[in-house]
Write a protein of this length. Structure first.
Lengths: 249, 441
């Protein structure tokens, strides 16, 4: 509560303070948004649904663990044809493991590991504050609008416009733009739910894209909880056994 | 109007029900269980063009009226299981395949893996049993794959079968430029009953891999001690040069490498000498999500260019002599020089196999491009690993047909112009390439 009051005060005086102060406040807000979405180290389950214009859909289930700023594993649990496929991310380094191949393969960090409108930037995303810096912060009727710029060229989207709910401090929508200014996709955050352990966040993200008219992708979240994991989990040798991290519920 | 209202209500109800169903997510269905079973079944039909002018066709089908094409059908069944008990796991994969074409029918079954692993703590692991150990960073070729069965385009499933090993693994994450260290020692025992196709004699065949992640570069140091195979050592690396560009490479020194050599009289002898092989590859992702993998491979244990010319020239002369006199003696003498199945354990990287391997990859390229043109679905399940796997699983060169026969007729691109020791490979993948269950696993 105190932090929210301090944040509101900071935002109120920000216009008087010039650009550097505003950028700092925006980054603080962005860090708060990150913590509202996930603990810094966590595990979670996600279902991805890719819906085609003719109504056909394809579903994937992923188990994800993350540690610290930039260590993450995403493991496919379903469909059976994808089961065991895992991606390890350490900063900008990324590896893909496919059971039939039998060894992790280094891939380019922009490589997409799943189709549909969601891509790596959504599936293997780190905290927004790690990958983006705040260019501009504005108040809106519903909360705040953050204009974010990618910190490096390894990030898939050059610019994000994030609309943050003033009450819950979680995103309501994120527009993703290419360096050319082209709108690539819009993420819509819905169904704020209490996952326990202090995690209260949207349980559904829907996305659409003017580049894929008629296609839709939906991401459902479940089982988000803080979890401490050994560093050795986030290594190439452990990647084939990432499924062992799951705990009986 | 009265009729339309109930219809509209029904439509709304159905839409609501569909939306609710669309967003259901039962996590309990995916919880970890002590026993997991899986598998795949595949039916395959394919047409293979034969090249009657190729050396291998002349060697292996000189006495048969082979058709211009083979129409081949195959049925595959693969089962895998995993059982967990505390910190121990048992894992097994079995494969069975039946294939027929105009020339032959073959049934085959293999146990790819069956091993027990014990992991007392994260990062420390012991393993015993039949296990596939994949070493190297390359896609099409792996000079440092000291503990694998050779990649044989005439038997693509072979490389998926492991050896009986005793192994361990210790992994530690570190702070600083050296981010991770992993050491994997392994023993591959051989005698008349265990791993007899690894090499001759009773040996323990010690090997080891030291893997480092140093300044965002994967570095592997690998070695295999002398035993059933000659001693060999090597290094492999991979690194991202840019967000869309990766580079990888391997270098291997094989002591006392042996290979079959065809003499001027057609007699096959074994040449023994140290050999150096290497591979350099790039993986590039274009703005349009097209992944291109380009690799150059130099096989120091392969034929020299002169030996290659001699081989093709001899086969041509021997075939001409057979057509003129009916004497197939020279052709029969030359057949072991192909280094395919008969000499596999001792000459895993002989020239013809390399040429065919390259051909498989080119065929894969064409197949992938075709698949993309046919695809309108947005899901991507491809990725390079899948493509490698597709290659291994023989879209281009099916498995369950006798090796010599397939070597003879299977690959039309087998060419006498191919350089003997070097082989390029190019793979193109498209983000939206759709791979079904059968082609992914």
């Amino acid at each position: 509560m105190y932090s929210r009051i301090l944040l509101a005060l900071a935002l109120a005086v920000a216009p008087l303070g010039g650009a550097p102060a505003r950028a700092l406040d925006g980054d603080e807000l962005l860090r708060q948004v990150d913590r509202r979405l996930n603990p810094e180290s966590y595990e979670m389950y996600r279902k991805l649904i890719n819906i085609e214009p003719d109504g056909r859909s394809k579903e994937y289930v992923l188990y994800t663990v993350k540690k610290g700023r930039d260590r993450m594993i995403a493991l496919f649990l379903d469909p059976p044809s994808e089961k065991g496929r895992a991606t390890l991310r350490l900063g900008d380094n990324m590896w893909l493991y496919i059971p039939g191949v039998g060894k992790p393969i280094r891939i380019t960090s922009l490589q997409s590991v799943v189709g549909g409108i969601f891509n790596n930037a959504d599936i293997l995303s780190l905290d927004y504050s790690v990958e983006y810096r705040v260019q501009r912060l504005e108040r809106s009727a519903e909360g705040y609008v953050l204009d974010l710029k990618a910190r490096t060229t390894a990030v898939a989207y050059e610019r994000l416009v994030m609309r943050v709910d003033g009450e819950s401090l979680v995103p309501r929508a994120i527009e993703a733009y290419a360096a050319s200014g082209l709108l690539i996709k819009t993420l819509h955050f819905r169904d704020i739910r209490d996952f326990g352990g202090g995690v209260r966040r949207p349980a559904v993200i829907e996305t659409d894209s003017p580049l894929h008219k008629g296609y839709r992708s939906v991401m459902l979240f479940a089982g988000i909880k803080e979890r401490a994991l050994p560093d050795e989990v986030f290594t190439l040798d452990y990647l084939p056994r990432a499924g062992e991290l799951r705990q009986p519920r | 109007m009265r009729r339309r209202l109930p219809l509209a209500c029904a439509a709304l109800w159905l839409a609501g029900a569909a939306a609710a169903q669309e967003y259901s997510f039962d996590v309990a269905a995916f919880e970890k269980k002590p026993l997991e079973l899986g598998g795949r079944a595949e039916l395959r039909a394919e047409r293979v063009a034969l090249d009657p002018d190729s050396a291998l066709h002349r060697l292996n089908l000189y006495d048969r009226a082979a058709p211009a094409h083979l129409d081949r059908t195959a049925a595959v069944l693969e089962l895998n299981g995993l059982y967990r008990a505390g910190s121990a796991t048992f894992q097994a994969t079995a494969h069975a395949e039946s294939a027929s074409d105009e020339l032959d029918h073959e049934d085959r079954s293999r146990l790819y893996e069956a091993y027990v692993a014990l992991e007392p703590e994260t990062g420390t692991r012991l393993e015993a049993g039949k296990r596939v150990l994949r070493w190297g960073k390359g896609y099409a070729f792996n000079p440092v794959a000291f503990l694998e069965r050779p990649k044989d385009p005439n038997d693509p499933e072979l490389a998926r079968e492991g050896f009986v090993i005793l192994g361990a693994g210790v992994t530690r994450s570190l702070a600083g430029p050296l981010a991770a260290v992993s050491f994997t020692p392994v023993l591959v025992p051989t005698d008349d009953h265990i791993n007899e196709d690894f090499g001759p004699g009773d040996h323990w065949n010690p090997g080891a891999r030291l893997a480092l992640l140093y300044r965002d570069t994967d570095i592997d140091l690998l070695a295999l001690g002398a035993g059933a195979r000659s001693a060999r050592y090597g290094v492999a690396f991979a690194r991202n040069l840019a967000p869309n560009l990766e580079i990888h490479g391997e270098w291997a020194r094989i002591t006392e490498a042996s290979r079959p050599v065809l003499g001027p009289d057609g007699a096959v002898s074994t040449a023994v000498a140290d050999a150096t092989s290497y591979l350099l590859g790039l993986r590039h992702l274009s703005r349009h999500d097209v992944t291109t993998i380009l690799e150059y491979y130099y096989n120091g244990a392969g034929y020299t260019e002169a030996q290659t010319r001699d081989f093709f020239a001899f086969v041509r002369r021997a075939h001409e002599a057979f057509l003129a006199t009916g004497d197939a003696g020279a052709l029969e003498r030359a057949r072991p020089a192909t280094g395919l199945r008969a000499a596999r354990a001792h000459a895993p990287l002989s020239l013809p196999a390399l040429e065919l391997e390259g051909a498989v990859r080119y065929a894969l390229l064409h197949a992938g491009a075709h698949a993309h043109r046919q695809s309108r679905r947005p899901q991507l399940l491809g990725g390079a690993g899948a493509a490698v796997h597709r290659g291994n699983r023989s879209r281009a060169a099916p498995a369950a047909v006798p090796a010599a026969r397939r070597a003879a007729h299977g690959v039309r691109r087998e060419t006498e112009r191919a350089p003997p020791r070097a082989a390029p490979a190019l793979l193109l993948l498209r983000r939206r390439l759709c791979l079904g269950p059968a082609s992914v696993r």
